[in-house]
Design a binder for this molecule. Structure first.
Ligand SMILES: [Ca+2]
Ligand SMILES: [Ca+2]
Ligand SMILES: [Ca+2]
Length: 246
């Protein structure tokens, strides 16, 4: 932990830190640059992280606070990225951020991606400016990564110039909820739609894993003995009838 990290930790604890249920550190970029939580890269600007003092206000500014991430923005080829390691608890998870495409070069190919590990979970091109200007919330179900493990969250863009394309990003957060007992289709709720998956998991575990690859069959271990078995059938239906497990 370097000095910047310590200062940033102190700033975050003064401001309350990450809210409960959130896993992204400094998702609003308010600790500025160099940033202790985000790894930063930009071909032309040292970092995509901006305040108006550093980057000007001609194209606009943050969604909230004083800082935001500005991808693109160059009149020559530019690659920019920001990434951090996030720990996503077991259950369901949603990635949310604000996106504003404040300029489009007209070449039609300048783009921005969001990746988790090697997988692209969101991709946008400059041609979508009409859909993302002004700031617009992007919300993506990323429950397939809600496994209690560490993952690399990465925003990256590639723009080619000579006209500018700008992707503004702010207010990045990952909202999580714990697994719901009996939620066998992993939609975050226990209801009638879980009955068939419950019996599939009980009778044919391999087929269940194929049908619900991001689900933990132990969501159905209602009696808590560590396995999904016949002893869970009665408690499962009791929970279902009661609208949830006690
Ligand atoms: Ca901000
Ligand atoms: Ca369900
Ligand atoms: Ca059981």
């Amino acid at each position: 932990m370097n000095r910047n990290h310590l200062v940033a930790m102190a700033l975050l604890s003064l401001s309350g830190g990450a809210a409960a249920g959130q896993v992204v550190m400094d998702g609003g970029f308010e600790t500025g640059t160099p940033n202790a939580f985000w790894d930063e890269f930009s071909t032309n600007f040292a970092s995509p992280i901006c305040n108006t003092q550093r980057c000007g206000s001609f194209f606009g500014g943050p969604f909230a606070g004083d800082w935001w991430a500005w991808f693109g923005g160059a009149t020559q080829p530019e690659v920019g990225w920001l990434e951090q390691i996030v720990t996503i608890p077991l259950g369901t998870a949603t990635l949310r951020f604000q996106l504003d495409i404040t300029a489009a070069s007209g070449n039609g190919v300048d783009g921005m991606l969001v990746r988790i590990d090697a997988q692209t979970v969101f991709a946008v091109r400059e041609t979508a400016m009409n859909s993302y200007h002004p700031y617009t919330e992007v919300s993506i179900d990323i429950s397939q990564f809600a496994d209690g493990g560490d993952h690399v969250l990465r925003f990256e863009s590639s723009t080619s110039g000579p006209m500018r394309t700008n992707f503004f990003v702010d207010a990045v957060e990952i909202l999580t909820s714990p697994a719901v007992p009996g939620d066998m289709n992993c939609d975050g709720a226990l209801n009638g739609a879980d009955i068939d998956p419950f019996f599939l998991a009980l009778g044919d575990p391999a087929a269940y894993l194929l049908a619900f690859p991001n689900c933990d069959p132990l969501n159905g271990d209602i009696n808590g003995d560590g396995t999904l078995n016949g002893g869970d059938i009665d408690p499962f239906f009791r929970c279902l009838g009661a609208g949830g497990c006690p």
